[in-house]
Design a protein around this ligand. Structure first.
Ligand code: ADP
Ligand code: MG
Length: 307
């Protein structure tokens, strides 16, 4: 198979939407203009860095798209288009077939169209770039907008993916929930669409809950007081290991947001603390000793850093 036959076989199955003048097959994609604010995000997955070498191709296809949908959700954007840059060590048709199925299953779920990409040979790595729109008359939700006084809310689970990584590294089998959180993360797309109505600031949790919360704190010059009783409820198990995974484990793709003044928290979010003025360190109030012990160990850890 030539490179062009490969692209034709695996990556041209979607219908062309009306906003796409020219899709895959020319030097560039041509999109009709749109008056709404557009958000563009990109994320790379590298084998043995972002996923274990034995992860199924279907899961890799899903995750490469999901992590980008999560970034769009955190900005309050509705996903629309993606590009796919694939670097493959070899031409493996069953791998490509399963990868494409995982990728398209998620793309179709959210009406996202693949508009282009690049295909090269080298160590396995996947880069997806995605574009989405902010609802008419609204603006994107930034890390820097947090207003003190609002509740801190979480959408999705925390710490399951990190527990799956720990188990696999130890040669053990993660639970089904843990394995799914790691291999098939669910981007909070529906919550993202409602975010402008509720949030003064938001971020998606990719590096770890506390590390990503600090990004909002720094960008907005605020701090947070965490509710130990609410966070105890969010721990996968009632022990320190599970709480450390919740506080510092990465790869969750949950959303964190600060509730706007005068808003009631929506039913789809968990309130886990409040945003406070000033730049004091993050604080944990209430909850069991094991949670505090996990917090003390996790709070000085930086999130995952490549360099
Ligand atoms: P060029 O040489 O102009 O960079 P390519 O040969 O790389 O073009 O790609 C040909 C067409 O196929 C382009 O429209 C490109 O966007 C698309 N394409 C290449 N690889 C992929 C891929 N992995 N997924 C989707 N589209 C792809
Ligand atoms: Mg090219």
């Amino acid at each position: 198979m030539t490179e062009f036959q490969l692209i034709e076989r695996y990556f041209t199955s979607q219908e062309k939407p009306s906003w796409l003048r020219t899709g895959i097959g020319d030097d560039g994609a041509v999109l009709t203009s749109d008056p709404r604010q557009q958000v563009v995000v990109t994320d790379t997955l590298v084998e043995n860095v972002h996923f274990f070498a034995n992860t199924s191709a279907h899961a890799v296809g899903h995750k490469a798209l999901a992590v980008n949908l999560s970034d769009l959700a955190a900005m309050g954007a509705e996903p629309r288009w993606v590009t796919l840059n694939l670097t493959l060590p070899e031409q493996n048709e069953s791998w490509l077939q399963a990868f494409a199925e995982g990728f398209y299953a998620l793309a179709e779920q959210y009406g996202v169209t693949l508009i282009g990409g690049d295909t090269t040979r080298g160590p396995l790595s996947i880069t997806v770039t995605a574009g989405g729109y902010i609802a008419k008359g609204q603006t994107a939700v930034l890390r820097s907008g947090a207003i003190a006084g609002g509740d801190l809310c979480v959408v999705g689970a925390l710490g399951l993916a990190a527990l799956a990584v720990a188990k696999r590294k130890a040669g053990e089998q993660p639970s089904e929930d843990q394995a799914n959180a790691l291999d098939y993360p669910q981007a909070q797309v529906a919550a993202g669409l409602e975010l402008q109505q509720y949030a003064s600031a938001a971020i998606d949790v990719s590096d770890g809950f506390l590390a990503d919360l600090k990004h909002i704190a720094e960008a907005s010059s605020v701090s947070f007081c965490l509710d130990g009783n609410a966070l105890q409820q969010m721990a996968a198990e009632q022990n320190e290991e599970s709480a450390i995974a919740m506080f510092s484990g990465g790869d969750d793709y949950a959303l964190l947001f600060v509730l706007s003044p005068g808003k009631q928290p929506p039913a789809w979010a968990q309130v886990v603390g409040s945003c406070v003025s000033g730049s004091a360190p993050l604080k944990l109030v209430g909850g069991p000793d094991w949670l505090h012990s996990a917090f003390d160990k996790a709070k000085n850890k930086a999130g995952y850093q490549h360099f």
